[in-house]
Design a binder for this molecule. Sequence first.
Ligand SMILES: *Cc1c(COP(=O)(O)O)cnc(C)c1O
Length: 480
Amino acid sequence: MDLQHWLGRATEAVQEWADTFGPYRPHPSLDVADDRFAPVFAEFTDRLKDNYPFFHPHYAGQMLKPPHPASVVGHLTAMLINPNNHALDGGPATAAMEREAVAQLAAMFGYDTLPDRPSGVGGAPMRSDYAPLGHLTTSGTVANLEALFVARELHPGRGVAHSADAHYTHGRMCHVLDMTSHPVRTDDRGRMDLDALADVLETGDVGTVVVTAGTTGLGAVDPVHEILPLAERHGVRVHVDAAYGGFFTLLAGADGPEGLPPEPWRALARTDSIVVDPHKHGLQPYGCGAVLFRDPEVGRFYLHDSPYTYFTSGELHLGEISLECSRAGAAAAALWLTFRLLPPTPDGLGKVLAAGRRAALRWADLIEASDVLELYQRPQLDIVTCFPATEPAALTAVDAASARVLADGMAAPDPVFLSTLKADRAAFAARHPKITADADGARILRSVLMKPESEDHVEALHERVERVVAHPSAPKESAR
Ligand SMILES: *Cc1c(COP(=O)(O)O)cnc(C)c1O
């Protein structure tokens, strides 16, 4: 895709449409001449250089990458019109696009079948008047907030259980919603421990379990299929936080090394709500999360009367089922356009995720064979975690070495960009009992390989990291 060409076409296409409404004079108060714009733009683009090269395969740090060019063009084109998906009147076209894109997300999780029938079993029928409830949000945090709000309305006075490795915002959102949060111990791969969950559910204090399908730190996938029957026995809702990992369901049971054990992913169809962030693994710019409810009935909890919104249609408008008011129609447009080209199917977006996952597995193999690095744990998705082998083998030494490698890696002439993750003492002991626990935890190195290009660069990345580990840079001389 020639981005420059299509960005030009975007402005033309919107102008052609605008011209059909007749000419008018833009107000002089808004005038900005090109010769005034030029130096400010130069300063602006210069300031933007203060960034890490998220686009580049040698950036292997946090969950960051630029959106797909199709998404950029979709976003920008719609943004020139600037529809607001709060209401149908705010932008009928992008509201329709939002519904279609959300339906594709729902189908990806198996939410497109009747709620009382397990999906995929005996080919559960699709009914045209049944559609799961869902919409886009500004972020995964707001999407989770909505799911927990509905959970609270359904189980007033009962709290939320989530794994100790769940996203930190769950504790915060429980506070906002005045619900008690119950962190549940994780096992030696970072997944929610079933016995610990059973103990918490036994108390009767919990109304909802938050299951994480792909933790932000390690990419650990909680055993959704084993948690479901447990939750059912206790009459507890199951909400899945798949903000980061949701699109990996496209690799469930796939052939090849990238294939994932299908059980937890297939079980998603039977959960009560799911959050997924298209701005993480859906090739979108920030400002695109999504929440889905299997039972559309829960829409009643959102009912409100907005004095600002008028109705040109009797259809349910998206603002009626969202806690947020204004939302960018451009975000829906971008997702819709992207999904037309790279749909959330194994042959579409699945191929993008498969490459990153193969890269993670390959890098894990290289680390296992390395003398200077140790694998923290095998990647479950596309997140690689490791730490420098140290002498003595103790947490303080590991922590210091990881911090040094992070800094030296970025400062090297051929830089490599990683991130660090704090692993606590118990988590370390469960995986590496021989390392002396002389601190309450240690930073380790973490790389999210979310760009498919990573596949062609893991050897080079590994070599760079090994070099940085083996050759500490000379201590920086102080100026003069
Ligand atoms: C990123 C993430 C969130 C928060 O989503 P935002 O879009 O950053 O607000 C929540 N849960 C998980 C598992 C995540 O990875």
